[in-house]
Design a protein around this ligand. Structure first.
Ligand SMILES: Nc1ncnc2c1ncn2[C@@H]1O[C@H](COP(=O)(O)OP(=O)(O)O)[C@@H](O)[C@H]1O
Ligand SMILES: [Mg+2]
Length: 265
C-alpha cells in the first residue's frame, strides 16, 4: 500500500480498521484492509464496481461479518460485541444506501421516521418536534416536510431525509454508499454543496463511498483507493490527486476533468 505523508494528530474517535478480511464462501472479497476514518473528517472510498466498497461499508455497520481482523469504532472492536452493546452500536454507526426509497418506510411520514430513529419504542413526532425540525433544517428542508410521506419528495429530497436521519443520532461513524450516484447531475451538485456546508460542523466520522473521483475531491478530506478488495493507496486528497503513486489510481484520475492525468481517450 502507498501512503502519503500526513501531519494530522492522532484522534480518539472515529473508525480504525486493521487487517480486515471478509470472505463469502470461497470468495475472498476484502483482503487485509487497514484504514482510519478520524472523527470530524470525511474519507472517500473509491474503486471500480465490484472492488468491495459496499462490502467494507456493510462490514463496518455489522451487516456483513468479518472473517478476521479488527474494526474499532470509538475505540471498541465491533466484531466482538454481543447483546445489548451490539444493539446500541447499531445506532452509533449509520449506513446511508444509494437509494433511500428502500430504507424509508412508505407508510411513515418523515416526522414519524425521524422520531423512530430517536426513540424506536416511543416514536412520537409531537414529542420530538423540535429535534425533528432541527434535523430537517440541517439538511435545508422545510419543517413542513415532517408531515409528508416519501413518495411526496424528489430523489434528492429523500436523500436529504436519509442524511438527516443518519446525523440526528450523532453517530460515531456514517457510511454514505454512493448516495449521489442515482441522482441527476444538478441534484448531485445540491447534495455535494450540502455536505460541503456541513464540513467542520459534524463530529461524526464519514466514509463517503463513490466511484466518482470528481465528487470525492469536492466532498472529502482524504481518499482511500480500493482495487480488487485491497487498499492500494490512501492519503490527503490534494497529495493523492497531485501525485498518485499507484497505477490504478493514475488510471482512475485520468477520467477526472481538471486532474493532472486527465485525458479524453
Ligand atoms: N453477500 C454476498 N455474498 C456473496 N458475494 C458477495 C456478497 N456481497 C458482495 N459480494 C461480492 O463481493 C464483491 C464486491 O462487491 P461490492 O462490495 O458490492 O463491490 P462495490 O460496492 O465496490 O461495487 C463482488 O464480487 C460481489 O459479487
Ligand atoms: Mg457498492
Amino acid at each position: 500500500m502507498t501512503t502519503h505523508i500526513q501531519s494530522r494528530p492522532a484522534v480518539l474517535y472515529g473508525a480504525q480498521v486493521s487487517n480486515l478480511n471478509v470472505r463469502f464462501g470461497s470468495a475472498h472479497v476484502l483482503k487485509d484492509v487497514t484504514l482510519a476514518v478520524p472523527a470530524g473528517t470525511v474519507v472517500g472510498l473509491v474503486g471500480e464496481s465490484g472492488s468491495g466498497k459496499s462490502t467494507l461499508g456493510k462490514t463496518l455497520v455489522g451487516i456483513n461479518k468479518a472473517s478476521s481482523g479488527e474494526v474499532l469504532i470509538g475505540g471498541e472492536d465491533v466484531t466482538r460485541l454481543h447483546g445489548k452493546r451490539r444493539r446500541q452500536m447499531r445506532r452509533e454507526v449509520q449506513y446511508i444506501p444509494q437509494d433511500p426509497y428502500s430504507s424509508l418506510s412508505p407508510r411513515r411520514t418523515t416526522g414519524q421516521t425521524l422520531a423512530e430513529a430517536l426513540d424506536p419504542h416511543g416514536a412520537n413526532p409531537v414529542q420530538h418536534r423540535e429535534a425533528i425540525a432541527a434535523a430537517l433544517e440541517r439538511v435545508k428542508l422545510d419543517p413542513s416536510a415532517a408531515e409528508k410521506y416519501p413518495h411526496q419528495f424528489s430523489g434528492g429530497q429523500r436523500q436529504r431525509i436519509a442524511i438527516a436521519r443518519a446525523l440526528m443520532l450523532e453517530p460515531k461513524l456514517v457510511i454514505a454508499d454512493e448516495i449521489t450516484s442515482a441522482l441527476d447531475v444538478s441534484v448531485q451538485a445540491d447534495i455535494i454543496r450540502l455536505l460541503q456546508g456541513m464540513r467542520g460542523t459534524v463530529d461524526s466520522a464519514m466514509l463517503f463511498i463513490s466511484h466518482n473521483l470528481a465528487v470525492v475531491q469536492q466532498v472529502c478530506d482524504e481518499v482511500v483507493v480500493m482495487f480488487q478488495g485491497r487498499i492500494v493507496e490512501q492519503g490527503p486528497i490534494e497529495s493523492v490527486y497531485r501525485d498518485p503513486q499507484h497505477d490504478y489510481t493514475r488510471k482512475l484520475l485520468a477520467s477526472v476533468p481538471g486532474s493532472p492525468g486527465f485525458s479524453l481517450d
